[in-house]
Design a protein around this ligand. Structure first.
Ligand code: PRE
Length: 117
């Protein structure tokens, strides 16, 4: 297991202060995983981080819905969604653009749905 700093190059976050909490995730090295139990433990750690990221993403996406002239499902923006998938595809080459598009469609729709409740 080793830590890897993810450099969100090309993104900027004016609302992120140096003192803000950082999500630090031990990124498992697949070569170091030899058993199902070890691999499942690694998946559990990654899923825990994913859940935190998905929760915060949904909160920020809900804010966007309140700020946009037309929010919610009615205000979906395919160009923006394509740009999101394109940027992510560069970081996840083994998943590829089409799979990522399906994943992000589900993430975005879940966020819009949660924002309406
Ligand atoms: O960026 C926006 O306009 C949003 O509403 C946020 C968001 C997202 O969850 O990333 C949600 C719906 C849009 O279709 C595009 C992106």
């Amino acid at each position: 297991m080793h830590d890897q700093v993810i450099d969100a190059a090309g993104t900027s976050c004016p609302a992120c202060e140096p003192a803000d909490p950082l999500l630090r995730v031990p990124l498992p090295s697949v070569a170091d995983l030899g058993t199902v139990a070890e691999a499942r433990a690694a998946i559990d750690g990654l899923d825990a981080a994913l859940a935190v990221l998905l929760e915060r993403r949904a909160e920020v996406a809900a804010l966007v819905q309140r700020l946009k002239p037309v929010g919610g499902f009615a205000g979906r923006n395919p160009d923006r969604e394509r740009a999101i998938v394109d940027a992510m595809a560069e970081r996840a080459p083994s998943l590829g653009r089409d799979r990522l598009a399906r994943i992000m469609n589900a993430v975005i729709e879940a966020g819009l749905d949660a924002a309406e409740r």
